[in-house]
Design a protein around this ligand. Structure first.
Ligand code: PMP
Length: 293
């Protein structure tokens, strides 16, 4: 993005060069904060309220008291997109605990800070949507819900970063993360689906995945298309023997994957159901949302 990029920071739209937060902010010192990633399609913000409501749930889980309402955060998000003249792109909304001392105590932090970045995005090359991704299984596990709930989109993403490093070192762009019991949880930044004998399966979020908003859209699309979608605990076996597989995420959208650990899934090409859902998602995403132009 150019130097003219505008950032929403604590109630003001400022130039990128002036968008600064304190080195004493606990978001930086301890990863004490939360975020959302949201998409803009054809001049509309996709599922804006759902994202902001999930953000508020994350805040509540961390006892992070927000001085803004859901409506105010939605408006700030729309204002940021308008200030950057974007009709298609990605929004990163971050809330930090705010500035405090050099100790963990969040009660000593003054007020939370919020900043909103709106930018262009292309996570995966277009050819991967047509030909599918290769994945590995990461040895880094998804943390157990007995520690921080996987539902909290916190600024503590190091576990996922470690798994992403494994992917990059293996020459792939995404990887499967298992939970402590060895069941499939999700990917480093995406939810996982497989298709076997015409039925679509995804792990329940209780197996350690984020309740992804794109994941929720797949439930709607399957219902509308008369496709059967079931939540089922899965091991890698279920992926190895699947006919088709795909990932979902705000940045990734819906994208097929055709290999796991160098094993071909199905015939090693994106299948008909995955392709149908990639298209159905694109159509839906470009036909609804909160106006932002
Ligand atoms: N899992 C993780 C760990 C994520 O960070 C994300 C968001 N990038 C997802 C799944 C997908 O969620 P959503 O569809 O809401 O973007």
């Amino acid at each position: 993005m150019s130097d003219t990029q505008k950032i929403w920071l604590d109630g003001e739209i400022v130039d990128k060069a002036d968008a600064k937060i304190s080195v004493f902010d606990h978001g930086l010192l301890y990863g004490d904060g939360i975020f959302e990633g949201i998409r803009i399609y054809s001049g509309r913000v996709f599922r804006l309220t759902e994202h902001i409501e999930r953000l508020f749930d994350s805040a509540k889980a961390l006892l992070l008291k927000l001085p803004w309402s859901v409506e105010e955060v939605c408006q700030a998000t729309v204002d940021t997109v308008k200030a950057n003249n974007l009709t298609d792109g990605y929004i990163r909304l971050v809330i930090t605990r705010g500035t405090g001392g050099l100790g963990l105590n969040p009660y000593l932090c003054e007020t939370p800070s919020m900043f909103i970045i709106a930018a262009n995005i292309q996570l995966y090359p277009e050819e991967n949507y047509a030909n599918g991704l290769d994945l590995i299984t990461c040895s880094t596990r998804r943390p157990t819900p007995a520690s921080l709930s996987p539902q909290v989109k916190s600024l503590n993403y190091l576990n996922n970063v470690m798994a992403k490093i494994e992917c990059i070192q293996s020459g792939v762009m995404e990887g499967i993360m298992l939970n402590e019991q060895g069941y499939v949880a999700e990917c480093t930044g995406d939810n996982v689906f497989v298709i076997k004998n015409g039925i679509i399966y995804t792990p329940p979020v209780s197996d350690g995945s984020l309740d992804g908003i794109t994941r929720r859209v797949i439930f709607e699309l399957c219902e509308n298309a008369g496709l059967t979608l079931l939540e089922k605990s899965m091991t890698r076996y279920d992926i190895y023997v699947a006919d088709e597989a795909f990932l979902t995420g705000t940045a990734a959208e819906v994208i097929p994957f055709v290999k796991l650990d160098q094993r071909e899934i199905g015939n090693g090409k994106p299948g008909a159901v995955s392709k149908q859902l990639v298209e159905a998602f694109r159509e839906l995403a470009n036909s609804e949302g909160t106006p932002c132009v």
